[in-house]
Design a protein around this ligand. Sequence first.
Ligand code: C2E
Ligand code: CA
Ligand code: CA
Ligand code: CA
Length: 279
Amino acid sequence: AKNLGGSRTSFFREEFNHQLQAALQLEAEMRQALERNEFVLHYQPLVDARSGALLGCEALIRWQHPIRGLLSPFHFIPAAEQCGLISELGAWTIRSACQQIARWKEAGLQVGTVAVNVSALEFRHHRLLDTLTTAIAASGVRPGELEIELTESVLMTDIQTTQLIIERLHALGLPLSVDDFGTGYSSLSYLKHLRPAKLKIDRSFVKDLPGEEGDQVLVRAIVQLAHSLGIKVVAEGVETEAQQAFLRDIGCEILQGYLISRPQDAKGFEAFARRVSNT
Ligand code: C2E
Ligand code: CA
Ligand code: CA
Ligand code: CA
């Protein structure tokens, strides 16, 4: 920005206006993108650590932007949370995932459980349960076919309301996965109350395995803790065979990461699902 007046305040005001403009433009573009159907879901497999069998997948949103190309969620999810568009975007994600589940079932393709990410504000929004109920009914999704991923920090805030919402999700037949586990400085007591089906160990603890002794100790402890509560463990971000071997050996039962497959569009993921079910 130009600073003709030479005053710092006018510089900051200009800078602020500039950022506000950019945010408003992004919001307008996202609204348009929803209308024009520019968002897409990619799917990344979750596999059994021992057999390699397909257990499910995680739906990850992308924006097929007409000019900027395929955008990662980091470029628009935080903005959607800030401007309040997240519950609409989240509703789109839930509907799309349910429709995809229905299409795969119709095609006779077994893909296991499809997980969708629900962000903090979306989780607290009164529309969430309606959105889920309607999408499940419209697509005929059955219990266990759809799962919700929530980060630890979401689960740690306002534990009483959280517990109520989780109970309603359970009543709808929706299991819960704790995402990015280990990054939330949590007291862990919430695990006892919320009964998640899975813990997903954050990639930051996986990336330096098996070399990093501190991470070895941590990941072992997480697996033991989870198992003692009857919770399954997913390792995120598995990129090497050494990581895979270590995780399998310490009893982590589910793996997700580039080593197995990158997230791919529905067609690409279907090809993966056919390949593994034939072997
Ligand atoms: P996340 O839920 O922790 O998702 C895992 C991220 O790790 C994904 O990034 C995935 O592509 C990436 N990943 C998977 N395996 C590997 C690996 O082996 N190595 C590395 N380096 N990365 C790996 P992505 O798709 O860019 O998504 C980023 C985040 O955006 C997600 O993190 C999630 O928090 C959020 N997100 C994605 N889709 C949605 C959505 O539909 N709704 C909401 N609210 N958030 C979403
Ligand atoms: Ca996730
Ligand atoms: Ca994660
Ligand atoms: Ca993450």
